[in-house]
Write a protein that binds this ligand. Structure first.
Ligand code: 6PG
Length: 263
């Protein structure tokens, strides 16, 4: 299969860049190139690369590319990559809806990453709040932030739902307003279930945040998020504004069709 061409930057500001690619295959290649680049950059000065994965279906191809395409797989020192999840469903790790299971089956079981580098949420625990508390402690233990500082991921990968959510920050839910905790259990009425999610402060503390958005069904929401009024309660993806990092929106053509080019 030919390597898809690089994306075209259609919007760039001091806050973010929007790069459009043809389709989800090109989106996956572009994200893989970005992650490999960030990992190589991080490992020049650190002995680890911390990556928070997203769930849902869009990143599945990306995970498979990282694990199987030699132009990516061979560029990564898997022994130094630490995998986290930006959010997780309140289900066991072998459940079809588990974000951990998605990444494990598509990538982690196929690469030489040490088990200790896989920081899974223990979402099998029936007490969702305890899952969040434990994961928050895992972040603090791993990153050892100074007093008053937050864990800082080298890279956070995010998706966007057609309702404007990201991670498990869903419109109208309490997690949207959480600024004190790093990880919380968020009751999502429409699922009649908890999701466990990192909160805006820790997501925004990342060195690099990469959104992957694919599909025409997200075009109107993407337009609202990027070019509409600031309404983060309704469009929680608008909450993602890295405080001292970069924000890259990788979107395919169908998802970008309603964006107006910067004049
Ligand atoms: C999850 C994800 C979620 C996802 C969006 C987009 O747990 O589902 O973390 O935030 O990224 O829902 O999902 P798709 O990529 O499947 O459209």
């Amino acid at each position: 299969m030919d390597v898809p061409p690089f994306g075209e930057t259609i919007m760039r500001s001091s806050e973010f860049e929007v790069r459009v690619v043809e389709d989800v295959e090109a989106l996956s290649h572009e994200a893989a190139r970005a992650i490999v680049g960030l990992a190589m950059e991080a490992l020049q000065t650190r002995d680890y690369f911390s990556l928070a994965l997203s769930g849902g279906s869009t990143p599945k191809r990306l995970y498979a590319l990282l694990a199987q395409d030699p132009s990516f797989r061979e560029e990564l020192d898997w022994s130094k990559i630490h995998f986290f999840w930006g959010d997780e469903r309140h289900v066991p790790p072998d459940h079809p809806e588990s974000n951990y299971r998605l990444a494990y089956e598509a990538m982690l079981l196929k690469v030489p990453v040490p088990t200790a580098n896989i920081h899974r949420l223990r979402a099998e625990n029936p007490d969702a709040s305890m899952v969040a508390d434990e994961y928050e402690q895992e972040l603090l233990t791993f990153f050892q932030p100074q007093q008053g500082e937050l864990p800082r991921f080298h890279c956070v990968l995010l998706g966007m739902g057609s309702d404007g959510h990201t991670a498990s920050l869903f419109p109208g839910t309490s997690a949207v307003h959480e600024r004190g905790r790093l990880v919380i259990a968020n009751w999502v009425e429409k699922f009649q279930a908890h999701r466990i999610t990192m909160t805006p402060p820790v997501l925004n503390n990342a060195n690099s945040v990469i959104f992957m958005v694919s599909g025409e069904e997200k075009a109107e929401t993407l337009r609202q998020v990027l070019q509409g009024e600031e309404q983060p309660d309704q469009f929680p993806s608008q909450l993602i504004k890295p405080t001292h990092g970069t924000l890259l929106w990788l979107v395919d053509k169908p998802a970008s069709k309603l964006l107006t080019l910067q004049g």
